[in-house]
Design a protein around this ligand. Structure first.
Ligand code: AMP
Length: 517
């Protein structure tokens, strides 16, 4: 018999629990909300990475280049984006909801004059998807205009905010990033970069920041180095980007990564590197960037993401071997790990699940009820490859289990004889406090279910996750980095101040004037 907890999760993942009486199915068999929002629902099953930052200093086409940089990093946030340029000591901004290519037309880019620009893409949770939340955030200080683009989450932002409010500060938003601007504005240091350093010496948590002043660009990473930030050069200009795939698109050369705790100040073509923070922290690079978030063609801290994912797949095959005929990835997330698994296990690899890459939120749902439409619109199986086969299905992670319940069923319906699920990371048991918008702990399928319960829920013949040790060893030998694996181990390197234990995005209440589109 199923336990209550197991039944609750089954209800949840088959998404019937949420259907209250007043939300009865329509005659089409679809439910209110499902009818209007299937594609979005598919996305909302998942965590969402917050953002990417980009900056370029000293290029004739700064805003255009920033646009391309953001375009390359669209995977890190699809709700809103913005670019701020600097010309003649003034800042020009353009921020809007939507995808980079939809927001920035020739006109908008042409208005963003100047040889320096920073940009940001972000995801925000439902209800928070507001234009006023878009970054970069701009402010005028007595030291000139400042714009900030931030990737990460500050764990003591609320505490600092309350303290500053107690001293008379008026916040225009509740964004954690705005706290940095307030601290900067209050600093008595003469130079903006020193004011910025004053500010970051007060904050705790995760930040990769690009800051634009009237004459300089500043890049910084927190002392633990949770989020990436790479440095590049393009025709004499300096470039900062969350991921190297942005450098590749604009044709910039990769110089190096900004080190944890490092602040770089770029002014008049010269770069100064500072190590201003007295806190010495062990490095805690977010391992989930490698496992899922970053683009596989990016190199993080000098290590290629795709290759590391393959290594995880190999380690997974060593830990969880099984007799099978075919290794199939859940595309795109499981592709590299599945290949690594197949190579290590000596089992043929085939993409027997095909993904439609063009599913967008604006997409119109069917007028007729179609079974499992939500998953089928995104994935479909290649029946001829699957009939009678014993399949190893590989993905990088299970969050709520929703995707796998449907995909395993789809493989079986397409003729698979056995389906063995393999996950190239340990069970996701906790939220991220350092900049990734995660479901609550209770919503994570692995939080309150054993592995065998999860196997039953997703309907697999067997289920194997990479162990925590397997992950750490692969990271140690492949990356040689200190990592944060808090979402898998519940060991959080920077303690959360209780009142600050809020997702970054629910903090946003920004009221900003927007430049016309
Ligand atoms: P779920 O259906 O909720 O179990 O989600 C699992 C799927 O979400 C897997 O295919 C993962 O690759 C993907 N995934 C894992 N983490 C994230 C994340 N933070 N954001 C978006 N998708 C994710």
């Amino acid at each position: 018999m199923k336990s209550k907890a197991l039944q609750a999760v089954l209800d949840r993942v088959t998404s019937r629990k949420t259907l209250s009486k007043e939300r009865a199915p329509s005659p089409l068999g679809l439910h209110p909300g499902e009818e209007t929002d299937l594609a979005r629902a598919h996305q909302n099953d998942r965590f969402h990475d917050e953002c990417a930052v980009f900056g370029i200093h000293g290029h004739e086409e700064a805003a255009h280049i920033a646009y391309l940089g953001l375009y390359a990093m669209q995977h890190r946030g699809q709700e809103s984006c913005g670019i701020v340029s600097s010309v003649g000591g003034e800042h020009l901004a353009h921020r809007a909801m939507g995808l980079v290519a939809d927001i920035f037309g020739r006109k908008a880019l042409a208005r963003l004059e100047g040889r320096h620009a920073i940009g940001h893409v972000r995801y925000s949770t439902a209800g928070e998807s507001l234009l006023r939340n878009a970054q970069p955030i701009c402010a005028n200080t007595d030291g000139g205009p400042v714009a900030i683009a931030h990737n990460g989450n500050l764990v003591n932002a609320n505490t600092i905010r309350k303290e500053l409010e107690g001293r008379g500060a008026i916040f225009g938003s509740t964004s954690d990033s705005e706290v940095i601007l307030h601290l900067l504005a209050r600093s008595r240091e003469p130079q903006i970069e020193d004011r910025f350093i004053d500010a970051i010496s007060r904050v705790k948590g995760a930040y990769s920041i690009v800051l634009l002043t009237d004459d300089a660009m500043v890049g910084a990473r927190d002392p633990s180095g949770f989020r990436p930030l790479s440095l590049g050069r393009l025709e004499g200009a300096w470039v900062l980007a969350s991921e190297t795939c942005a450098l590749d698109l604009i044709g910039a050369t990769y110089e190096r990564d900004i080190e944890p705790g490092e602040v770089v100040v770029i002014r008049r073509g010269r770069l100064r590197s500072l190590r201003p923070l007295s806190q010495r922290a062990p490095e805690h690079f977010c391992i989930f960037e490698y496992i899922y978030f970053a683009r596989p063609d990016s190199n993080l801290m000098g290590h290629n993401v795709y290759e590391f994912r393959k290594d995880l797949g190999r380690a997974l095959a060593r830990e969880h071997s099984v007799s099978a005929d075919l290794v199939v990835p859940v595309l795109d997330s499981g592709a590299a790990a599945a290949l690594g698994y197949a190579e290590e296990a000596g089992i043929p690899y085939d993409t027997a699940l095909i993904r439609n890459h063009y599913v967008r939120r604006t997409f119109i749902e069917p007028a007729q009820a179609i079974r499992d439409f939500g998953v089928k619109v995104k994935h479909n199986a290649v029946r001829s490859l699957l009939t009678g086969r014993r399949v190893v299905l590989v993905d990088d992670s299970i969050v709520r289990g929703t995707t796998l319940v449907k995909i395993v069923a789809m493989l079986r319906m397409s003729g698979a004889r056995e389906v063995h699920v393999r996950i190239s990371a340990p069970p996701t048991v906790g939220p991220c406090h350092y900049g990734i918008d995660t479901p609550t702990r209770e919503e994570l399928i692995a939080y309150d279910n054993t592995i065998d319960e999860i196997r039953q829920i997703i309907g697999a013949d067997s289920l194997g996750y990479l162990s925590g040790d397997g992950l750490r060893q692969t990271a140690q030998s492949g990356l040689k980095l200190g990592i944060c694996d808090g979402c898998f181990s519940s060991e959080y390197p920077i303690p959360i101040e209780a009142e600050d234990d809020l997702p970054q995005l629910s903090l946003f209440r920004v009221m900003e004037e927007e430049v016309d589109q």
